[in-house]
Design a protein around this ligand. Structure first.
Ligand code: RFL
Ligand code: PHB
Length: 394
């Protein structure tokens, strides 16, 4: 079988790319390692930049998002048990949107299924070969057999642990990484959010975050050890610790049944280039940020915006100019997103291995942010999202 575009992975980047190309009549096949149910139920991101929302609406899959989203005009910062509101709307005229990643994936995979788009689930890609030729080959397993197809273009949208990045020649790819000495213990709770916006709190016991998914569901995180033993965290202990780290006089944390809990280690990673020959990487396949900036999903959408615009030029006009520059353009934005996520992580968390001097400097950064309008504008611009440089014509 030969297809114009083979897309590896049906997460947000792969499914959005398939959908946008489809709108312009460019045929693709999507190969996904997991089942559709598994992909749709994976709880992850929740905070969307305006550019992400605009893209989903432009692509015609924003109807449910428009109905069910929550809009936040800013964020709250907790410091020394006081809450400080940063009103992004007032500072720069835009806020952020809360709508679960699994809802976006459901909307996209549902739309693709309705059009009978060729998405093969439970089909892990095991090799991508001949990416220097004009007919790269993709090998995948399905129903106990190994299959092979060729494509004009392979889009590696298979996340951090996928096969695509590994198919890049070792002497071409440069990787940059920091693994943090902590993780996040995340819980999903049946409790009304105790704030109108997300609360990012710096505390001597460690960072804590109060976020939400709906008027009845809260999403909360505690800084923990990267290999924290969940069995030592009863629901009561989790709520007590959240209250300690997030608390402020006169404010109460609403408690409720905990529906799900997990530990995520934190890392900053990225590799360059994001393209070689006929293979193009997008989203977590090329870069991972610590979740403190809420940027992973948004960066995946920004990559797909540029890549889909470039592929539309290539397939509909025979114009390769943008496709050749894809990596440089996508990397430029991703460097800045990495910087924001990394410096935010440093500012909010307690590092077990940091010198007292460094700890004071990061605290000084937080105090500067709380106390002065100039850094608040910079923070608001980064948190609500840097501009997306290229949009697909759809
Ligand atoms: P994904 O979502 O990992 O999807 C990759 C897909 O590829 C499949 N796959 C393969 N398929 C075929 N063959 C193979 N060999 C394959 N190997 C893997 C996988 O099964 C999967 O379906 O990558 P994508 O599409 O690039 O999307 C990236 C986002 O998922 C990620 O960046 C965000 O979830 C990060 N993130 C957040 N991002 C935000 O923008 N805002 C947030 O508020 C936010 N919060 C978060 C987060 C991530 C978190 N975790 C769990 C890492 C909060 C958390 C706790
Ligand atoms: C979330 O709602 O899951 C969330 C919010 C903000 C972050 C990370 C995750 O920075």
């Amino acid at each position: 079988m030969h297809v114009p575009v083979a897309i590896v992975g049906a997460g947000p980047s792969g499914s959005l790319l398939a959908w946008i190309l489809r709108l312009r009549g460019i045929e693709s096949i999507v190969l996904e390692a997991r089942s559709r149910e598994y992909v749709e139920q994976r709880i992850r991101a929740g905070v969307l930049e305006q550019g992400t929302v605009d893209m989903l609406i432009k692509a015609g899959i924003g109807d449910r998002l428009k109905k069910e989203h929550m809009y936040h005009r800013g964020v709250c910062i907790g410091y020394r048990n006081r809450h400080y509101m940063l009103d992004f709307e007032e500072l720069i005229g835009r806020g952020v949107t809360v709508y679960g990643q699994q809802e976006i994936t459901r909307d996209l995979l549902g739309a693709l299924a309705k059009e009978n788009h060729n998405v093969i689930y439970e089909a892990p890609v095991v090799a991508i070969e001949d990416i220097d030729s004009d007919r790269p080959a993709v090998r995948y397993e399905h129903n106990g057999r190994t299959h092979e197809l060729t494509a004009d273009i392979v889009a590696g949208c298979d996340g951090f642990h996928g096969a695509s990045r590994k198919a890049m020649p070792a002497d071409v790819l440069k990787a940059y990484e920091t693994v943090y000495p902590f993780g996040w213990l995340g819980v999903l709770a049946e409790a009304p959010p105790s704030k109108e916006v997300a609360l990012f709190s710096h505390h001597e016991n460690g960072f804590a975050l109060l976020s939400m998914r709906s008027p009845t569901i809260s999403r909360l995180y505690l800084q923990c050890a990267p290999d924290e033993d969940l069995s030592e965290w009863s629901d009561g202990r989790i709520w007590d610790e959240l209250e300690t780290r997030l608390g402020a006089p006169g404010w109460t944390l609403e408690r409720g049944p905990i529906l799900q809990k997990e530990v995520t280690p934190l890392r900053s990673f990225f590799s360059e280039p994001m393209q070689h020959g006929r293979l193009f990487l997008a989203g977590d396949a090329a870069h991972v940020v610590p979740p403190t900036g809420a940027k992973g999903l948004n960066s995946a959408v920004a990559d797909v915006s540029v890549l889909s615009a470039a592929l539309i030029d290539h397939f509909t006009k025979g114009d390769e100019a943008l496709l050749r520059r894809y990596s440089d353009i996508a990397l430029e934005r991703n460097w800045q997103v990495q910087r924001f996520s990394w410096s935010n992580t440093a500012m909010y968390h307690v590092y077990p291995d940091r010198s007292p001097f460094d700890a004071r400097m990061h605290e000084a950064q937080l105090r500067y942010l709380i106390g002065d309008r100039s850094p608040q504008i910079v923070y608001a611009e980064n948190h609500t999202g840097l501009p997306i440089s290229h949009w697909p014509e759809i």
